[in-house]
Design a protein around this ligand. Structure first.
Ligand SMILES: [Zn+2]
Length: 159
């Protein structure tokens, strides 16, 4: 059996008056993430982890922020397109593990809906998709709510 692992990391600035899209969901929040797309940092790191697993570059190369086609785009479409590329090469998801770093709001009530959304896009079961959340104890750009970051690893298998 062929196996691959991939890793993704991403950061977005937070600002008042922006929407907070995370894991494919629009969350109630005073601050939202700024970006060329809908700025869904969790879906972006999963895209990057999938691309990284196959050494296919990164999300910025596949969906450049200089292209108006991607302005305000729903990141679920970016993840779907990324997944279709990976799937077309014969790979299946083993599992996805991710951590979102955000001071507030609390993500616990939304975690399962995010997992369901991501699993749905990847054609995986919810128990193959882990989403975790942490504050950074008020330290750094996450702790001061200047930004949101996320990390993800994916395991892919074939044959
Ligand atoms: Zn991003």
């Amino acid at each position: 059996m062929d196996i691959r692992i991939g890793y993704g990391y991403d950061v977005h600035r937070l600002e008042a008056g922006e929407e907070l899209w995370l894991g494919g969901l629009l969350l109630p929040s005073e601050l939202g993430a700024v970006g060329h797309s809908d700025a869904d940092v969790l879906l972006h790191v999963i895209c990057d982890a999938l691309l990284g697993a196959l050494a296919l570059g990164d999300i910025g190369q596949h969906f450049p922020d200089t292209n108006s086609q991607y302005k305000g785009i729903d990141s679920k479409k970016l993840l779907k397109a990324t997944w279709n590329l990976v799937k077309s090469k014969g790979w299946e998801v083993g599992n996805v593990d991710s951590t979102v770093c955000l001071q507030s709001p609390k993500l616990a009530p939304h975690i399962n809906s995010m997992r369901e959304c991501i699993a749905g896009i990847l054609g995986a079961d919810i128990d193959q998709v882990s989403v975790k959340a942490t504050t950074t104890e008020k330290l750094g750009f996450v702790g001061t709510s200047e930004g949101i970051s996320a990390h993800a690893v994916v395991f892919l298998k074939k044959g």
